[in-house]
Ligand binder design. Structure first.
Ligand code: IPM
Ligand code: MG
Length: 361
């Protein structure tokens, strides 16, 4: 198969981790007789420096016209003083909205080899951590009106959060369908004791539930959910939630699996052209030192093969290769265990990529 992939290396550790993922894709292409072509896209801080804006229209067009997009990470302290609507992150939001990828899928699954790296007590980890957060990605407060005005001599900032029934319905359906493919348990997370958007969310989810009788729907308030994720993560199968709650809960969920550096994500809309990115940020403090963990990005590339290109065998191959490298005790700094570290070998970003590729050949 021939596929055109738009590649956004981004800022900070972005270029290093994407580089490793592309080399993995090259090995897969050769092994299975595919042709992957890469179209470089500037986005984030580097695009601000080069083009004066975080995602020029021509760059967005390249993404929309590709078969899928692979992204490293964007942002960094260099652009902290840039006005809000010109920040690197704004490029990412424009990309998500421009591609129409409303459904962000963030798995929280513990690799057995990394159980030691989880900050949770072993008796909690042993019960299993394997759930998915389905996060609404192009609505809510991220995309509402943002403004700061002077009222009665002081600054007043406003961020509007709104959700229409149809926006909730389309992500709700993804939640139910994801649960149908797994253990048939869906937890809808909101703050319906306070927010109108959450009350509409709750009502919509319960209306939809009638169409999915094989899925057990439960509701949970977001503050309780934050607590339950560390207290008893084994209770979750699929969580569906709005944009900002999903942003926060997915960082928490990644941490209990050992490290945010391991977690890939897919974002999909109406077409098979998806956006694939690790859920971590650009980590400017460790950029350029060859110590970042490329696994989140490599697993994102695997998700791209699985969900956008229908290449399940190839995706399994990459995931198995990662597992074998972990079996052999190789770890990047972020996944070194707190105890028994002498049983592991600490490696950098390029070495980790190379080890994974060796398992694929
Ligand atoms: C994420 C990130 C982004 C978000 C930032 C960089 C805008 O935290 O993908 O989770 O909040 O969505
Ligand atoms: Mg986040």
């Amino acid at each position: 198969m021939q596929k055109k992939i738009a590649v956004i290396r981004g800022d900070g550790i972005g270029p290093e981790i994407v580089n490793e993922a592309l080399k993995v894709l090259d090995v897969i292409a050769k092994k299975y007789g595919h042709t992957f072509t890469y179209d470089d896209v500037d986005m984030g801080g580097n695009a601000i420096d080069k083009w004066g804006e975080p995602l020029p229209q021509a760059m967005l067009d390249k993404c929309v016209n590709s078969d899928s997009v692979l992204l490293g990470a964007v942002g960094g302290p260099k652009w902290n003083s840039v006005p809000g609507d010109k920040r690197p992150e704004k490029g990412l939001l424009k990309l998500r909205a421009g591609m129409g990828v409303y459904s962000n899928n963030r798995p929280a699954k513990i690799w057995p080899q990394l159980a030691d790296a989880s900050p949770l007590k072993p008796e909690i980890v042993e019960k299993g951590i394997d759930f998915i957060i389905v996060r609404e990605l192009i609505g809510g407060v991220y995309f509402g009106k943002h403004e700061t005005n002077v009222v009665n001599g002081e600054k007043v900032a406003t961020d509007i959060m709104n959700y229409s029934e149809s926006e909730i319905e389309r992500i709700g359906r993804i939640g139910f369908e994801t649960a149908q493919k797994r253990n048939h348990k869906l937890c809808s997370v909101e703050k319906s004791n306070v927010l109108d958007t959450s009350r509409l969310w709750n009502a919509t989810m319960h209306r939809l539930a009638k169409e999915y009788p094989d899925v057990e729907l439960t509701d949970m308030l977001v503050d309780n959910c934050a607590m339950q994720i560390v207290k008893n993560p084994a209770q979750f199968d699929v969580i569906v939630t709005e944009n900002m709650f999903g942003d926060i809960l997915s960082d928490e969920a990644s941490m209990i699996t050992g490290s945010i550096g391991m977690i890939p994500s897919s974002s999909l809309g109406k077409t098979s052209c998806g956006l694939y990115e690790p859920i971590h940020g650009s980590a400017p403090d460790i950029a350029g030192q060859d110590i970042a963990n490329p696994i989140g990005t490599i697993l994102s590339a695997a998700m791209m093969l699985r969900y956008s290109f229908d290449m399940a065998k190839e995706a399994d191959d990459i995931e198995n290769a990662v597992s074998k490298v972990l079996d052999k005790g190789y770890r990047c700094g972020d996944i070194m265990p707190a105890h028994n570290a002498d049983k592991c070998t600490k490696v950098g970003c390029s070495k980790m990529g190379e080890l994974i590729r060796q398992e694929l050949i």
